[in-house]
Design a binder for this molecule. Structure first.
Ligand code: CP
Length: 294
């Protein structure tokens, strides 16, 4: 299956081969190859993005592909055209692969069953965000060398997080221990059988502390009484960062609400890998585009 819909179901070997190929691209920092010359890749974003959309575009251009950028806001979606008809339209024009981000849950799998060209999930509701998890895995492996024996604590808005889910499936496959830490209104009870919910103090004992963005746009305004209260109870404050293990790292998929889930001065501190994660997004997405088109 050339679609990449999620990390759930990918084997350790498949995950590692993507990480290894990304490492190859990192070690061969050519600005551009002609490897995918003549191939057309459409980036179809039905929900906003900065990192995922542009790092896919950089990756595609570095591989020499022709890039089509589709933005729902300036398309016939505004006239009521469906997601399926939009993707079929681009497929009928001869694209070789599609990168797609969708807001509604569950639509991507159905779409992939009807579309012949490989589709790459660039964010699927709160279900999965596999390319983010892969760049996170890459960042963790770069730091620690392996996954077995590592404790990764994922802290924050787990309920709405496709990043948490994709990381959970992949990290467990690779042998890491995963725990969640979330306020009661931001937990995903169905995930509790896969990873325990722990206190913030316990989360701070992890090797990797992955902070999640509080998805203000997905809450109705009732769950989050105040940003200051959230920071005090669950934020990575300077004080909490001082309690981390010497070798521990802080991650965050970004965009970051500075001063809410993580203090401003920690974002670019030595323990933070946040901008390193973004850099790693390019070689990871090169490996993923290659895999889809090979
Ligand atoms: N981390 C991430 O997916 O960021 P964007 O929403 O900006 O793509």
């Amino acid at each position: 299956d050339k679609h990449l819909l999620g990390t759930k179901g990918l084997s350790a070997g498949e995950l590692e081969s993507i990480l290894d190929r990304a490492r190859y691209w990192e070690q061969h920092p050519v600005k551009k190859t002609n490897q995918l010359q003549g191939k057309f890749v459409a980036n179809m974003f039905f929900e906003n993005s900065t990192r995922t959309r542009f790092s896919f575009e950089v990756a595609e251009k570095r591989l020499g592909a022709e890039v089509l950028n589709f933005a729902a806001a300036v398309s016939s979606v505004q006239k009521g055209e469906s997601i399926y008809d939009t993707v079929r339209t681009l497929e009928s024009m001869g694209i070789d692969a599609g990168v797609i981000r969708l807001k509604p849950n569950g639509l991507l799998a159905e779409l992939a069953s009807k579309i012949k060209v490989p589709l790459i999930n660039a964010g699927d509701g709160n279900n999965e965000h596999p390319t983010q998890a892969l760049l996170d895995l890459y960042t963790i492996r770069e730091q620690f060398g392996e996954f077995r024996g590592l404790h990764v604590a994922i802290v924050g808005d787990v309920q709405h997080s496709r990043v948490a889910r994709s990381n959970l499936w992949a990290l467990k496959t690779l042998g890491a221990r995963v725990s969640f830490c979330a306020p009661p209104g931001m937990q995903a009870p169905e995930l509790a059988e896969h990873a325990p919910y722990v206190t913030i103090d316990e989360a701070l004992t992890a090797d990797v502390v992955m902070m999640l963005r509080v998805q203000l746009e997905r809450h109705e305004g009732t769950l989050l009484s105040s940003a200051a209260e959230y920071r005090a109870s669950y934020g990575m404050t300077v004080e909490r960062a001082g309690m981390l293990k010497p070798h521990a790292i802080i991650m965050h998929p970004a965009p970051v609400n500075r001063g809410v889930e993580i203090d401003d001065e920690l974002v670019e501190s030595p323990k933070s890998k946040i901008f390193r994660q973004m850099s790693n997004g390019v070689p990871i997405r090169m490996a993923i585009i290659e895999r889809a088109l090979s």
